[in-house]
Design a protein around this ligand. Structure first.
Ligand SMILES: *[C@@H]1O[C@H](CO)[C@@H](O)[C@H](O)[C@H]1NC(C)=O
Ligand SMILES: *[C@@H]1O[C@H](CO)[C@@H](O)[C@H](O)[C@H]1NC(C)=O
Length: 254
């Protein structure tokens, strides 16, 4: 097991080196992200998958990919719906899937009980789910930084970019974003231009004027582990270490 991971890590490292050579001419974040697509994935691109082997989905846009590790133990039905869309080659282009809301958490987040708006989140829609997602959160799990949650009764979801414990367990938390992607890809999705919208409770939210389309890429647990290990090996900032520690705490408390 360890040997196999070491071998595929080396393989990906070689692939990254090759990609870096290319990147000297085409220097973009998405080039780096593309290095994570291995040959096996490319060959499976136009095939239907068994939804049950899908451990994660990558939301792929021109800004890079945001990998969401599905938590079937938290929201089995929502995860199944997402996996089915990612599994079907015909649905994977995800027509109509866009990010349409990206709000920055204010710098004084949580000070004197102030929790926005604006909120710290990146929100999008997945309109080709078979049906609206039901409320599924018996554990009353709170939205944390990196949690992906559906708004029950809709096909819309968001990724928390800060902890939102003030919302309690109101959302169907179904996945966890990979820390590397939360740090290096989510911030690349623009927050502007936007328009304000104030609701009947006098809460103002921000909506992007230009929706940002994304497609879905299915990932096995194995794909997720090799790409994460490679990304982690190339990064050792204190920030990431802190975030990883937070994630580990959360895992431990399950
Ligand atoms: C949105 O509302 C905020 C708070 O009132 C304001 O500071 C900002 O300028 C508004 N932005 C736009 C684009 O209307
Ligand atoms: C709505 O909120 C704004 C500030 O966000 C405040 O100035 C205004 O008085 C509020 N309006 C009402 C009707 O509460």
């Amino acid at each position: 097991m360890a040997d196999r991971h070491a071998a595929s890590g080396l393989y990906l490292f070689t692939l990254l080196c090759a990609a870096q050579t290319i990147a000297t001419t085409i220097s973009t974040e998405s080039t780096r992200q593309d290095a994570f697509i291995n040959y096996r994935e490319v060959s499976r691109k136009n095939e239907d998958w068994d939804p049950d082997v899908i451990a994660a989905v990558a939301l792929v846009s021109s800004y890079g990919q945001i990998r969401l590790r599905l938590r079937r133990d938290w929201a089995p039905e929502a995860c199944d719906q997402v996996a089915r869309v990612a599994a079907a080659a015909s649905l994977r282009a995800c027509n109509g899937c866009t990010f349409y809301r990206h709000e920055p958490a204010p710098p004084n987040w949580g000070v004197n009980g102030f929790y926005g708006p604006p909120y710290g989140l990146l929100q999008g829609g997945m309109p080709n789910l078979a049906s609206a997602v039901k409320f599924e959160n018996t554990a009353r799990r709170a939205v944390r930084r990196g949690s992906a949650a559906f708004i029950a009764g809709s096909t819309d979801f968001f990724i928390g970019t800060v902890d939102h414990s003030e919302w309690g367990g109101a959302f169907t938390v179904f996945a966890q974003a990979e820390v590397e992607d939360l740090v290096s890809v989510v911030p690349l999705v623009p927050m502007e231009p936007y328009r304000n919208s104030t609701d009947q409770y006098n809460f103002t939210t921000r909506w992007l004027l230009d929706r940002k389309p994304y497609s879905l890429r299915p990932l096995r647990l194995e794909d997720l582990m090799t790409s994460s290990a490679t990304a982690a090996a190339g990064r050792s900032t204190d920030d990431t270490a802190g975030l990883l520690a937070t994630t580990a705490d959360e895992e431990a408390s399950l």
